[in-house]
Design a protein around this ligand. Structure first.
Ligand SMILES: [Zn+2]
Length: 971
């Protein structure tokens, strides 16, 4: 792992094997260099040299579907189900525990498919490279894989041809779930409405009624055409030697192909003569608040770097914050609760798009929203945009260019996605990484006069290529979809002969047989336990005491940004304020402060910071699961030159927030709409919290903060009135907060660490001791919550032991073993759910198992219950080593300059010191199979189990045989 950058960069025109260096571009903001190469076969390769341990890779193929069978998406699943050199059933999942990767995934967008990974270990990089290249270019694409993950007929009792026929398949079920989520329906409808003649009119993920039309031959042909070097965009990043990477790709891939031509270009969409109206529906019953309306325009080509930058800036000016000139009138109209999904500028189509609208409104409001959007834009164009707002937005771009963070994606992959945008559409990839030329043009034009107002006139107001798109809930749709599915099954099977029926039985049995077969993962490369770094990273910081406040200062190469966290440890919190804390954290940075209203505060935040936020947390002691502590943490970042202004903003928000009834009502509606929309995305996490709340004190609080209970309590306030009482409680929280104990952490470049933090520390005047909450666990009874969902999210939770207990590392290893060795197989492969897993929260001491977008309830709870028998099967050193490797990854999360110091400091403060963490790791590396069996028998017992699920209907009939009775509540 000590390879350094090859000292000399290649030069333009250099030949590296069959590659030619086309371009070299310095990337001064990120202190890197972009090298662009082409291969004789037509493959393009972008390599970013940068001094970052976390190397990255991605291979991307333009995939342009011509129908909605989901061919590109199903192919993405199937290439990851065994390849020539690695003929195991699931090399991707099998590699997860044999690797120390920091990212592994595959993604299908509307016109490309990408396979990225990142890792900090050199051996691991070349292991993963080999697996990824073999999977994408030489997949087995077995017929059985197509049936398992694509679609298949199966009898309800697979070996009984007289039982009802059903359609099955991982992607089939995944898309049934996805197309029930309003966000996904909106995204598909958006592409179709704006570009009805192009590939975007198709559902690239696959619509459930079209998926059965995909044939096995069609799938193979799509692979042969698209997953070819001549159609590939390779990306590599980091400090590993480029020559070695290229040689690997040459030997593994290029040497086995000849050049081939494929036209994947996307033409221009013919312009509309007149604006259009469209309505689409999703299965939902919230007819009062479940609709949204978006007014959308087609713009110019998204690979035009100047236009792209201008639209990004204008979009931020118009919609970037609560005070923005288009956002504010939309929200203050009271028509809806929040901005519609997809509001803003999108460059993820070949021709860009801009949209604005509202969600959280009753159906039939499309004309009102359209009028409001158009009138507001007209007014903005006529009145002119305040130059200060444009400056604020440009300042946001400066932050985005300078910031080096692994938040969300590893930085190396963020760079890939920035570069792919223009690159895949034939533009210049470097424009995604450095904007100074385009910024120069823009600044010069701004000096000459108005730039954005004419854009609004020309490209929005006078542009007939506009669609007003309404997304409305349809309470009967779920039922009709079921009926349609039945009709489809009946139609497709109408001519089945007895022979066909026995073939279906035989194929089902063959699939089950294959799924039960152990493939030999030892053909896959792996790492050893000795590759795990024995120590967690040490981070230097200074710490001092200022009155009640503890202040840490962490020097880090932050690219000129300063990050500040203010954690306030709360005194004892009266129980009626517990539900109020998350609402406080949500509202406090979105309201006003220091006598200013929310508009003034939002403008100030946009002008001098890169954003501020507040969150509420529950901490546990390393040695005691009942030793809890509550805190509210305020965080913000800014360019170092604005750091004193950031301090002032945070002080005002902490010391003198302003909550008004009117603003609060807007915010609560927004939050309620957001939480509701998150149920189907985060169903498993909600079910896990609901289960954990029954067995863990920290879990019970978390359920109040961010679980379905938080949703219920918020719904109560919004729908039954209760704003005045809430205002009163918010003010009580504020008073309580100022008597808390502040702990500050500043992360910045060494020379920026002297920042004066006294304006903040001086705001805390009380002397109440830090509180020690003793929450009641929720009643230990199975809990079901029903909502509009065709699939279920099932969970079970067990209370175990605190962090320093000797059994904790074994429980963490057990969670990884059950996940990869048992639950994925049983719940995903055999059960047809999109996902299944196990988790162990080392700090809360809660062990969970769960399923995601699951067609089953009873079967899955049986799978959870039978987890014990899995440990009695033949398990060996390999399974154990993999589970330990996989667990050790969780102890070494990917950090970046913005996070590493705060994690270390707040960890130290809570007792999770490097010594405590190193000891944990040492015990983890020594866990035995015997330990796993013992902790399983000790802690994961039926008496300790707490059950919960989120589903479409009352589950009690289904689960009666299991002896479970759920409390059922509708969401
Ligand atoms: Zn998928």
């Amino acid at each position: 792992m000590t390879t350094t950058t090859s000292a000399a960069l290649p030069r333009v025109g250099d030949r590296l094997g069959r590659y030619t260096v086309q371009r070299l571009d310095a990337l001064p903001e990120m202190q890197g260099t972009l090298i662009l190469l082409t291969h004789e076969l037509g493959a393009r390769h972008a390599h970013v040299v940068r001094d970052d341990d976390n190397s990255a890779f991605g291979v991307t193929f333009p995939t342009v579907p011509r129908d909605s069978t989901g061919v590109a998406h199903i192919l993405e699943h199937i290439v990851l189900m065994g390849s020539q050199q690695y003929p195991v059933s699931d090399p991707f999942f099998a590699m997860l525990p044999r690797s120390l990767n920091t990212f592994m995934n595959a993604m299908t967008s509307n016109d490309w498919t990408t396979y990225p990974f990142a890792t900090r270990n050199e051996q691991d990089y070349f292991n993963l490279l080999s697996v990824y290249l073999d999977a994408t270019f030489f997949p087995l694409m077995r017929y059985e894989s197509f049936r398992q993950d694509g679609h298949r007929f199966e009898f309800e009792t697979p070996d009984d041809p007289t039982s009802p026929l059903k359609l099955q398949g991982v992607v089939y079920n995944e898309m049934k779930g996805a197309m029930a989520a309003p966000g996904a329906v909106m995204w598909r409808a958006f592409g179709k409405a704006l570009y009805p003649d192009l590939t975007y009119a198709n559902n690239s993920g696959g619509s459930p009624q079209d998926i059965p039309n995909l044939t096995y031959e069609g799938l193979r042909a799509f692979h042969a055409a698209h997953y070819h070097p001549s159609n590939a965009f390779f990306y590599t990043y980091g400090k590993l030697p480029l020559e070695r990477i290229l040689a690997e790709i040459e030997a593994h891939v290029m040497a086995h192909f000849t050049r081939h031509e494929l036209d994947v270009s996307i033409p221009d969409q013919a312009a509309f003569a007149q604006p259009r109206q469209e309505t689409v529906t999703y299965p939902g019953s919230d007819v009062e608040r479940g609709a949204q309306v978006s007014v959308a325009w087609k713009l110019g080509r998204s690979n035009d770097a100047d236009a792209n930058l201008r639209w990004s800036v204008l979009s931020d000016v118009l919609l970037g914050n609560a005070a923005a000139p288009l956002t504010r009138p939309l929200i203050e109209s009271g028509l809806g609760a929040g901005l519609a999904d997809l509001s803003g500028y999108r460059d993820s189509f070949r021709e860009g798009a801009f949209a604005a609208g509202l969600k959280g409104l009753p159906a039939g409001k499309a004309p009102d929203v359209e009028t409001l959007v158009l009138d507001t834009l007209r007014e903005i164009a006529e009145r002119g945009i305040d130059p200060a707002l444009i400056e604020s937005s440009l300042h946001q771009f400066e932050i985005a260019q300078k910031e080096v963070s692994n938040a969300g994606y590893p930085y190396g992959l963020q760079v890939m996605f920035r570069l792919l945008g223009p690159w895949l559409y034939g533009g210049d990839p470097v424009t995604g990484l450095r904007l100074e030329t385009e910024l120069g043009h823009l600044r010069a034009d701004l000096a000459q006069g108005r730039v954005f107002e004419p854009m609004i006139e020309r490209e929005l107001l006078n542009n007939p290529h506009r669609v007003t798109l309404e997304l409305a809930p349809d309470p009967q749709l779920a039922e009709r979809t079921e009926a349609d599915e039945q009709a489809l099954v009946t139609r497709l099977s109408a001519d089945f002969t007895d022979e066909d029926r026995s073939r279906i039985v035989a194929e089902s049995l063959r699939l089950k047989e294959l799924q039960a077969q152990e493939s030999d993962p030892d053909v896959l490369p792996t790492l050893a336990l000795s590759d795990v770094p024995p120590q967690v990273p040490r981070v230097a910081y200074t710490q001092d005491q200022a009155g009640r406040a503890t202040v840490a200062r962490v020097p880090q190469p932050t690219g000129g940004l300063s990050y500040l966290d203010v954690q306030v440890r709360l005194p004892d919190v009266p129980s009626d304020l517990l539900d109020t804390l998350p609402l406080y954290a949500f509202a406090v940075t979105r309201g006003g402060a220091a006598g200013d209203d929310y508009v003034a505060l939002a403008r100030r935040i946009e002008a001098v910071t890169g954003g501020i936020s507040a969150s509420v947390g529950v901490g546990t002691r390393p040695d005691d699961l009942s030793g809890l502590r509550l805190s509210v943490t305020f965080s913000g970042k800014a360019l170092a030159r604005n750091a004193p202004a950031l301090v002032d903003v945070l002080r005002d928000v902490i010391a003198t927030p302003v909550f008004t009834r009117e603003r609060l009502e807007q915010l609560l509606k927004q939050r309620l709409a957001g939480l509701k929309a998150s149920i189907l995305q985060g169903g498993s996490a909600y079910a896990e919290r609901l289960a954990a709340a029954q067995v863990s004190p920290a879990g019970a609080i978390t359920e109040h903060f961010s679980g379905l209970s938080a949703l219920a309590s918020l719904k109560g306030i919004v729908e039954d009135g209760g704003l005045d009482a809430l205002l009163d409680r918010l003010n009580r929280v504020h008073a309580l907060l100022l008597t808390g104990t502040p702990v500050l952490c500043l992360t910045a470049t060494e020379s920026d660490l002297t920042l004066d933090l006294r304006p903040i520390t001086a705001a805390f005047t009380g002397d109440a001791p830090v509180g020690a909450p003793h929450p009641e666990s929720a009643p230990h009874r199975p809990q079901a919550r029903t909502t509009d969902s065709p699939v279920a999210f099932n969970a079970v939770a067990f209370r175990t032991v605190p962090y320093t207990h000797a059994d904790s590392p074994a429980l963490l290893v057990l969670s990884r073993l059950l996940r990869s060795g048992y639950l994925l197989k049983e719940i995903r492969e055999k059960g047809g759910a999109y996902g299944g897993g196990a988790g162990f929260d080392t700090r809360e001491g809660v062990f969970t198992m769960s399923s995601y977008r699951d067609p089953n309830v009873k079967r899955t709870f049986e799978v959870f219950r039978d987890a014990r028998t899995f440990l009695d099967t033949e398990l060996g050193v390999r399974e154990l080593t993999e589970a330990i490797l996989s667990a050790s990854k969780l102890l070494d999360p990917l950090t970046s300059p913005d996070t590493i110091g705060r994690m270390r400091f707040f960890g130290d403060q809570a007792g999770y010191t490097p010594e405590v963490q190193d000891a944990y790791k040492a015990r983890l590396l020594a866990v035995t199979l015997e330990d796993l069996r013992r902790v399983m028998a000790t802690y994961l017992t039926p008496e300790r189990a707490a059950y919960a699920l989120v589903t479409g209907q009352d589950p009690n009939e289904d689960v009666r045989e299991l002896g479970l009775t759920f409390d059922v509540q509708a969401l």
